[in-house]
Design a protein around this ligand. Structure first.
Ligand SMILES: [Zn+2]
Length: 663
């Protein structure tokens, strides 16, 4: 080896040394005492850390991305100077620390997290994945250091405080309560979480005795059953199917306003968007089941075994998506399972045809690839090796790597051992290959007679012969396909179908013959806010003479949490001069109110869309729209930016926007 090469090698090694502290230092525990300063949106904390030296090292750091305004170190049982440097708290000069010895220190600080902790109305909650927990809790952002995190949080006694682990004690003094939570097992820091807000809860126990805690806003007690429906069944099913007991002390689920995603699988504490809190009618259209099953599956796949790097991300998302499908199959049946496979396949094929396919192991893959190609890969793998080998492999894989990190081959090796099969062909086709194995997908889908019936059906060339199908015993999905292809063939009999088929009528039959009018009007009474919204709109358009009747009939329907029916109703009201003419101003004001900052962003977005449609923006709603461009949900802020620039192009609004932006 020549000198040049040697020094290059040293450089490379130093580079990886600072990047992978986990090979040298193992943080064991983080015990945090936290006070939230909601007025200043800050965190006051006193945190005790313990770490073990695995190999001699020059310096030991903690990630600390938050704006730490002051800090001090106490109770340090080792000698090393400390400083804040590049988003890290670094102990320099740690060479003297002894291998296999455990060291500790306490960090006291005040910081203002720029992200990861969100203050929304009177709720405070966290989102670690993709944001970094060290913004509010200095720790190790690298997923490969699993640490036992115990949080104690002090807050105003009128609020509930939830965190990972078991609630050991609540101590009350002077109107504040200290909530002491305890974790028994370690986890990656992105899974640390808490929620503060006004909640009630219901508790059930799994077959194995794990407490399942369902949190809800006090005013939503009637939505608890429909929101959390099937949770216990899915939990019991997954414990049995996976063959490894639920790894944590309890399982809490908490809805929050304006969440960044559908749900997040924090260890033992799933946080999800409150738009999934549904009443019994909304349940029929948009329920929490899939997200519920997905986050629950992550408690094993992601939380118990964690992908060592983003190249192996599918070991989390592909598995969570697949096990959610299995749980739903258990509840909703085989056709439902195949329908999900079919829908995911459609999305993957569309991605493939637009040239966007990637290898499942490409860290830059889209969510479609990680989630849906990942789930498909597992479905195909199970078909290939059989149920028994697949299940045995998964159980061993979890036992072997519990509370540790995993790579793709760790899993594949277990499946090869359990099945006795060489999986190199599978690995090539499903994991390495960029293009989608479309033939294999179609072949697998066609195992289902339900899917075969659906795929073989085509009414576009022979519309009239399809009419009879709407009163035959083909599947509802097939009937929906018929209606979408030949809406003109719908006759009175077709209304005698299920809610799903009737919904398709409300969606696709937009020109209503007088002969179907009375049938069509019955759609306004279906247990579906989608159907009611569609039917109200189409009836209002088709029968101008009856507008007052339709508005009167639907005046008390709100709809989903984005008020889908109510907002349509308000817009139609404003366009029906003969209906309650004295109330027009009140009606417009109600629409504007839904766009204002304290409302959930899903509702604001819907209200903004209607205000745009009717040209109803004014000072308050425009000011709210400008504020929305800075919202923490990037989807909503992008929407607001696009709409704002559209309004700026209209002379009617341009001046108002200019003056508001100035002030
Ligand atoms: Zn997920």
């Amino acid at each position: 080896m020549n000198r040049f090469l040697k020094s290059l090698l040293v450089l490379i090694m130093c580079g990886s040394l600072s990047a992978q502290q986990t090979d040298y230092v193992d943080f064991l525990s983080v015990k945090a005492d936290i006070q939230i300063d909601s007025e200043n949106k800050g965190v006051n904390a006193s945190v005790k850390y313990k770490f073990k030296i695995l190999k001699e090292i020059d310096s030991v750091y903690l990630d600390a991305r938050g704006r730490i305004e002051h800090y001090e170190i106490k109770e340090k049982n080792f000698k090393a100077p400390v400083r804040l440097l590049d988003n890290r708290l670094v102990f320099t000069d740690t060479k003297a620390l002894v291998k296999d010895s455990i060291y500790e220190f306490r960090l006291i600080y005040f910081s203002k997290p720029q992200k990861t902790v969100y203050f929304v109305g009177d709720q405070i909650w966290t989102q670690g994945q993709g944001k970094y927990t060290s913004h509010w809790l200095p720790s190790i952002d690298d997923v490969n250091d699993k640490i036992e995190f115990d949080l104690s949080i002090d807050f105003d006694s009128r609020y509930e405080v939830m965190a990972n682990g078991n609630l050991v004690e609540k101590m009350e003094a002077d109107g504040a309560t200290k909530w002491i939570y305890d974790m028994q097992n370690p986890m990656s820091s992105y899974l640390v979480a808490f929620v503060i807000g006004r909640y009630d809860k219901e508790t059930e126990f799994s077959k194995s005795g794990v407490p399942l805690e369902y949190y809800y806003y006090p005013e939503d007690s009637l939505k608890v059953e429909s929101t959390y429906r099937y949770t216990k069944q899915m939990f019991d099913y997954l414990e049995g199917e996976i063959g490894f007991p639920f790894p944590w002390q309890n399982y809490k689920q908490v809805p929050v306003q304006d969440f960044l995603y559908a749900g997040m699988e924090n260890t033992g504490l799933t946080i999800f968007s409150d738009s999934y809190v549904v009443d019994a009618t909304a349940f029929n259209d948009e329920n929490y089941i899939t997200v519920n099953a997905h986050e629950l599956s992550h408690q094993w796949f992601g939380d118990l075994v964690t992908a060592a790097s983003s190249e192996h991300h599918w070991l989390q998302e592909g598995f969570a998506t697949y096990y959610a499908m299995l749980a739903e199959r258990y509840i909703l049946g085989e056709d439902h399972y195949y329908w999900q496979l079919y829908e995911y396949a459609q999305e993957l094929i569309a991605q493939d045809s637009s040239g966007q396919s990637t290898s499942l192991l490409d860290p830059k893959s889209s969510s479609t690839t990680f989630y849906k190609k990942g789930a498909w890969a597992l479905h195909v793998l199970r078909e290939k090796v059989g149920n028994a080998a697949f299940r045995a492999a998964v159980t061993t894989y979890l036992e072997k790597y519990q509370f540790a990190n995993v790579k793709t081959m760790d899993f594949i090796t277990e499946v090869e051992l359990a099945s006795g099969q060489d999986l190199s062909g599978f690995v090539e086709e499903w994991l390495n290959q960029v293009s989608l194995p479309e033939d294999a997908i179609v072949k697998s889908l066609k195992r289902s007679s339900f899917i075969r019936e659906y795929l073989d059906l085509d009414c576009r060339d022979d519309a009239s012969s399809c009419k009879a199908l709407l009163s035959s015993n083909i599947s509802d999905k097939a009937k929906v396909k018929v209606i979408s292809q030949v809406p003109g063939q719908v006759e009175g009999d077709a209304f005698e179908n299920s809610r799903e088929v009737r919904q398709a009528i409300s969606q696709y039959v937009d020109r209503i013959p007088v002969s179907l009018k009375s049938h069509y009007e019955t759609l306004l009474e279906d247990d579906s806010y989608v159907t009611i919204e569609n039917a109200l709109y189409h009836l209002w358009v088709n029968f101008p003479g009856e507008r007052v009747k339709y508005l009167q009939k639907t005046k008390n329907v709100i709809g989903f949490n984005d008020n889908n029916v109510r907002l349509l109703w308000l817009a139609l009201h404003l366009n029906t001069p003969e209906y309650q003419p004295e109330k027009k101003e009140l009606i417009l004001n109600e629409m504007i109110t839904y766009s204002l900052p304290h409302q959930p962003f899903e509702l604001r977005q819907n209200a903004f869309n209607y205000l745009r449609l009717i040209g109803g923006f004014e000072q308050k709603s425009i000011s709210s729209l400008i504020g929305a461009t800075k919202h923490h949900s990037w989807r909503f802020s992008n929407f607001a930016m696009d709409l704002l620039s559209e309004l700026e192009g209209q002379p009617k609004y341009n001046e108002i926007i200019k003056s508001l932006k100035k002030s």
